[in-house]
Ligand binder design. Sequence first.
Ligand SMILES: [Zn+2]
Length: 210
Amino acid sequence: MTNPPNTTDAVQQLIRAGAEIVQSGLALASAGNLSIRLSADRFVVTASGTWLNRLDTSSFSVMDLDGNVVDGAPKPSSEWKLHQRAYQARADIGSVVHVHPAHALLLDALQRPIRLVTLDHAYYVGSIGRTPYYPNGSDELANTAAAELHTHNCVVMGNHGSTTVGDDCDMALRRALNLENAAELTYRAILAGNGDIDFPWDAEPHLHHA
Ligand SMILES: [Zn+2]
């Protein structure tokens, strides 16, 4: 995270990202939540009950890394711990995108690995962590996802959703979009009879591939 935005800019970035997420089908109705880090110990996160394509300037809570709401809407997303633990886990994370992508969740439930097919998948996703199912808003859900973020920028949380991170909101969003696109292509490949396709990693040895 190089230059964290001020709260006004961060809110505008999240409003735009929310609209793009719903337009892309990554979240339905009031599912999903987004955040941007404002400083070493503060972040702005979507508030409880918000719809990602209906966000406005009143749709956000500002929290500190201890979990206190310090400004904005009094009730943050029920999944705020996911964001808090991600920022605690890695100082370089500037934004967290949590959505409920259908193909990624379907493949995970089928215990089929998501294959990385294109250069975009290889570059933006690189590798994918996963966690078992834990109840919404629980410490276990947030802590296990944050632990996976030490190794991966993209995590699938079983039967629930994905968490992607980046140094800014655009990168976290690109990762969410590419994760779901990789899952969709994997699903189509399985229907075509091949679930083992892979990116030619040997041709791009500099890419991160955990
Ligand atoms: Zn969720």
